[in-house]
Design a protein around this ligand. Sequence first.
Ligand code: ZN
Length: 71
Amino acid sequence: MSKTIRQLWHDEFYRDDMCILCCNTGEVQASRRMPGGYTFGVRVPCICPNGRALKTGLAMQANAPAKEPSR
Ligand SMILES: [Zn+2]
């Protein structure tokens, strides 16, 4: 028996429609900069350790246009 990481997270850390690790609804707000310079908010799964430090990496990516994520 094995679980996906998301199932594990859901079973262990999701209570009353809330992630008990980051106290969000299971999603956190992050901003993402698109080609062309638009920035908009997106809701992304937290998949914890504290919403992956509340998506710090993603926010840093959004603010660092020189560093494109590889595809
Ligand atoms: Zn969380």
